[in-house]
Design a binder for this molecule. Structure first.
Ligand code: KAL
Length: 257
């Protein structure tokens, strides 16, 4: 069995900056010997992603713009990746979006448009991406996405994104069923709160972290490196019997009543 990721290629979607969980995943996969392919939403993120990748001690990473709200853009991106690298062995979907104004107050006030937008970018995109990526996973593969406890339970202020994560979780399970016959596994990591660009502007993020310090079994928030190492496990053959699963990397917080 091969624990190294040498000779393998993984697509990482959603690196925004050095704090991104996607970047923690990229680093862990890189440390295990993987070649990386990065996608970013628009030109605003191109330089940050290229600059971060330049800090890795190999220079064969590849970069593509991919607007996940467009089926054509997704198909074109994976067509380009296929032409440039041929086979991929896994993909990390680290993408979510909801309108800032719908991430506080009551879920009751969610707009039709805001609901649809959160679902489109945060949940449907996984299905659209899996459909295109599957054709490049001719040696089997592992797809992972990032979810959050707010999709399983009510978490104050998470609102429309909680409903989108519930949808993402179910999307992940249905895809796991469809893709298993091709040797492609699909799983999710439910990360505890980490101060990323997503968490920016969240008024009481300090209070959220304090609660983790006080109430989680491990008594500390998780790091993007801890999430990255679980991603490495899910991308490697060590997890070959695992699909359709949500792994909580959250210092155990989810087990507490
Ligand atoms: C209960 C928690 C507090 C935070 C509440 C909501 C977090 C929602 C996540 C969602 C993905 C954030 C956004 O979509 C922000 C967006 O409206 C504005 N930001 C942007 O446009 C930036 C520039 C780009 C890069 O961001 C995106 N997303 O495209 C949840 C906490 C405790 C845990 C968290 C932060 C969970 C999570 O889902 O990230």
């Amino acid at each position: 069995m091969n624990f190294s990721l040498e000779g393998r290629t993984y697509v990482v979607m959603g690196v925004a900056n050095k704090r991104s969980i996607a970047w923690g995943i990229a680093q862990s996969l890189h440390n295990a010997g993987a070649r990386l392919v990065f996608t970013y939403a628009n030109e605003r993120f191109e330089k940050p992603v290229r600059d971060l990748a330049a800090t890795l001690d190999r220079d064969d990473s590849l970069f593509y713009e991919c607007d996940v709200t467009s089926d054509e853009a997704i198909e074109q991106t994976f067509e380009n990746i296929k032409n440039d690298v041929g086979v991929i062995h896994g993909l990390a979907h680290c993408i979510a979006f909801a309108k800032r104004e719908e991430l506080s107050g009551e879920f009751l006030n969610t707009s039709r448009e805001g609901f649809a937008l959160a679902q489109d970018i945060s949940a449907f995109s996984l299905a659209a991406i899996a459909r295109s990526a599957k054709d490049l996973m001719t040696e089997g593969g592992s797809i992972l996405t990032l979810t959050y406890l707010g999709g399983e339970r009510v978490v104050e202020n998470y609102n429309v994104m909680g409903v989108a994560k519930a949808s993402l979780d179910a999307t992940m399970r249905y895809l796991a069923n469809d893709l298993g016959k091709y040797g492609v596994r699909v799983n999710a990591i439910s990360a505890g709160p980490i101060r990323t660009v997503s968490a920016k502007g969240v008024g009481d993020f300090n209070a959220i972290l304090k609660e983790i310090e006080e109430r989680s079994p491990l008594r500390k928030p998780v790091t993007k490196e801890e999430v990255g190492d679980t991603a490495y496990f899910l991308m490697s053959d060590l997890s070959r019997g695992v699909t359709g699963e949500i792994i909580h990397v959250d210092s155990g917080y989810n087990i507490m009543g």
